[in-house]
Design a protein around this ligand. Sequence first.
Ligand code: NAD
Length: 478
Amino acid sequence: MTIGGHMPVKFDSEFAMTIDGELVFSEKKIPVLNPATEEVVAHAPDCGAAQLDAAVRGARQAFNEWRSTSIEIRRKLLEQLATAILDHLDPLSKILTLEQGKALEASKAELLGSVDWIRKTASLELPQDVRQDSGSSAAIRHLPLGVVAGIPPWNYPVNLSAMKIAPALLTGNTLVLKPSPFTPLSMLKIGELARDIFPRGVFSVISGGDELGPLMTAHPGFDKISFTGSTATGRSVMRSAAPTLKRLTLELGGNDPAIVLPGVDVPAVAQTLFWCAFTNSGQICLATKRIYVHEDIYDTFMNVMVETAKAVKVGNGLAPETQLGPISNRPQFERVKALIKDSIDNGHEILAGGLPEQKNGYFIPITIVGNPPENSRIVQEEQFGPIIPVMKFTDVEDAIKRANALDVGLGAMVWGGDHDQAIAVGKRLEAGTVWVNQPPQLAASIPFGGFKQSGIGSEGGVEGLLAYTVTQSLWSKI
Ligand code: NAD
């Protein structure tokens, strides 16, 4: 298959890694499936240990010069990367839809969001501070760490990579990025574009199967791991970072609650929360994953949710009418089906959707579960798919307690007619980001990260830049 635009791509023969400034193929390859058809889209290289060593060696050599280039040059090259992605928007969007499943418009939006994120991060400044004490002055310097391993997941393969590339390179580190085995293709192509922009070794992109992530995190040549993925994998990343005390940023799973208080425009809030839960077919770390609605407005709220679910077009991401695509890969498809089956087996009220019909592609109907018990799997576990439990509450204190009851705390939302009351409730929620009377939003200037087992550290903002640096205090007598 070939796709047009400025970047003709011959599938199956043309996906290469970018290692130390060279295009690198491998003898072994991994198949990448289209989740809408289960057909092979292309094969990606399967990076072996020797190729990983070469990527780390190249990144180490490049670090010696890159660390002392001016921040203005690093900004300029990041800007060029953003422009190159923009120039290849159409072919990259198609690759992203073919490997990830999302609708073509959603792929475009992801790429445009990545361009914006890179540009805005590149305009941030590291703090510069000189303090005086005890007759001396100390310059507080924020120096790059060295060679960074970037490991993103499959739900937003480009966006979540951009959130690592821009701060790592701007602060003077070099980076070896490994996309998920389910969605390596778009980042391999972006690696190729970057080859013509950055000095060799500054930014490498490798791909491989399940063995490659653990090989990277155990590799002594990395100084930092920036990982986005599940809490379970985050734990093993942390374990393998221990022998050489690699610095870590862990952006992990969540189970984000939304609390809807009385006094809101119920149909409007239900519509908004529908999309908070189901955008990208629910495969967003910051998707709403549990909704608590006051009993006085529960029935109206549910009617709007269910009617909206019935009207949404789920299908192949390349079809123009598609709003939501399939689940991105088979393991996640099986996990979400198991959660739906558990709800059915336990007699929960399935108000829309349910188990899918047997056909090709990892399609799951939009599924809404009415008021399941708090201890059910669909409330307790992160679903990361198009199924949402909506629970009733009477007393706001009880809703807050239930929202805070889990061992994760990524995002949370409050909607209320009384804005001050909604803010007061928001302040009590145990989550790294809380949105009050607005849907989830991220910005390159604002940090986000997890409470509890949703992660360690932040991405975004000056806080996210500092996470790629080590602090040196340079003292001298005044
Ligand atoms: P995952 O943890 O299975 O995989 C994430 C990445 O880690 C992939 O590139 C994978 O190849 C790699 N990997 C797998 N095992 C590894 C190991 N032992 N050592 C090193 N690397 C390893 O996660 P996923 O299924 O790809 O993504 C879904 C999860 O990611 C959800 O839990 C979601 O909430 C979370 N997520 C979090 C954020 C955030 O910002 N907090 C954003 C998006 C997704």
